[in-house]
Design a protein around this ligand. Structure first.
Ligand SMILES: *Cc1c(COP(=O)(O)O)cnc(C)c1O
Length: 400
């Protein structure tokens, strides 16, 4: 570090220089994040110092967090749950309420959901002494590699069917006496596909297992599609959901959320906090951004369902345009897009990706299995961009 401080001018001229190395999302077709809505940015600034790690000092920001959790709960049908039909492994009945908190994103939500399962099973005395396991789809986000690495549980991966949904027969075959929970994905990162959540929920209920739904991306997409598939708390058996406001929710980074069907899940994550204004903490991180809570509150209130519906419609129109015109060039999608993610079959996808970037500045990504061009159509993309991209794709692929 320098001995003497630099002037504001010196620092900002450097920062502006460095910022020009960032992409500003132009020609970005690989990201699930986008420009935050300007209302979110303003609200974020207003609450910039609020620390949700110490709730007693920031009652206002905490109120916003509770309101956001309430709004998300409503969006995800937490209130229309038939509580009688739900059984969870700890043996308690569920209350007709939603609870949860705002996380840093899908990764933290997934980690905490699995930590909750593990703690509840241990508290319920169901721990056999053997290593507990969860069953997740092969298409699960890499955050579950972190879960596997840090949680002392085994993560089993179920096969996908021909449409890249998890194969429930494969899930069933992996369930054993040490299985504590299942994971379903509502909008998987690579294909944008939705797992058969109702079938997974049936398996979970039949086997008395938790069922976590990773809707980090899909949570702000599926409810606003024309014919939304059931994926949330409306489905009996779903016990927790991850949803990310900092993706299609248009909030600022870091904004994630983890919702539980029952307060006992949240309780299972509790640690005592002897020197804070509150006695306990349920979160994975300690100090936590109140600014994100304010940003998410502001953009959700400002857009309303109507605003999000328009946002999703816009992205789905870009998606249809891309698929339609790609077909004219002879490139088929791996699946008919379910949301605004397209996996496109092209020759030598890795080389195509590299050349699209080097020659034309396009950022695209690749699906793992099979390898294909992965394109996410976000609010920062335009129909003109899509047209230009396809021309460039045509040029690049003509070389093969
Ligand atoms: C993006 C994503 C995650 C990870 O979320 P972060 O906010 O990057 O931590 C997890 N699951 C799915 C399905 C995702 O799309």
């Amino acid at each position: 570090m320098n001995e003497q401080g630099l002037s504001e001018n010196e620092i900002f001229s450097y920062l502006e220089n460095v910022k020009s190395e960032d992409t500003d999302y132009y020609k970005v077709l690989s990201s699930m994040c986008t420009h935050p809505h300007k209302i979110a940015v303003e609200a974020h600034r207003l609450f910039i110092e609020a620390n949700l790690g110490d709730l007693g000092l920031f009652a206002g920001a905490h109120r916003l967090e509770r309101e956001v959790v309430g709004m998300l709960g409503e969006l995800l049908h937490a209130q229309s749950v038939d509580t009688q039909s739900v059984k969870i492994p700890s043996g308690e009945s569920c209350e007709n309420t939603v609870c949860g908190y705002l996380t840093t994103g899908g990764t933290e939500s997934n980690i905490q959901a699995v930590r909750g399962m593990k703690n509840l099973v241990e508290a319920g005395g169901k721990n056999s002494g053997e290593i507990p396991n969860i069953v997740i789809p092969e298409s699960a986000h890499f955050s579950f590699d972190k879960v596997a690495n840090m949680m002392g549980i085994e993560v089993k991966r179920a096969l996908l069917d021909s449409e890249f949904k998890v194969d429930t027969a494969s899930v069933e075959s992996l369930i054993d006496a040490n299985t504590i929970g299942l994971v379903g994905i509502a909008g998987n990162t690579e294909f944008g596909q939705i797992d058969p959540i109702e079938e997974l929920a049936k398996l979970a209920l039949d086997n008395e297992l938790f069922l976590h739904i990773d809707a980090a991306f899909g949570g702000f997409v599926i409810p606003f599609l024309e014919n939304p598939q059931p994926f949330d708390f409306k489905v009996p058996g779903v016990t927790s959901i991850a949803i990310d406001p900092h993706k299609m929710g248009l909030s600022t980074i870091p904004s994630g959320a983890l919702l539980f069907r029952s307060p006992s899940f949240l309780d299972s994550l509790k640690v005592n906090t002897p020197y804070l204004t509150t006695k306990a903490q349920f979160t994975l991180t300690g100090t936590r951004s109140g600014a994100s809570a304010a940003a998410t509150y502001a953009v959700m209130k400002h857009l309303g369902r109507e605003g999000y519906r328009k946002n999703v419609q816009y992205c789905m129109q870009l998606t249809s345009k891309l698929v339609e015109e790609a077909r004219k060039l002879g490139f088929e999608p791996l699946i008919e897009p379910v949301m605004n993610v397209v996996a496109l079959r092209v020759p030598s996808p890795d080389l195509v990706r590299e050349r699209l970037l080097r020659k034309f500045g396009w950022n695209v990504s690749i699906t793992r299995n099979p390898r294909s061009l992965r394109l996410v159509l976000m609010p920062h993309n335009t129909p003109q961009d899509v047209g230009e991209f396809l021309q460039d794709l045509e040029k690049v692929t003509a070389e093969f």
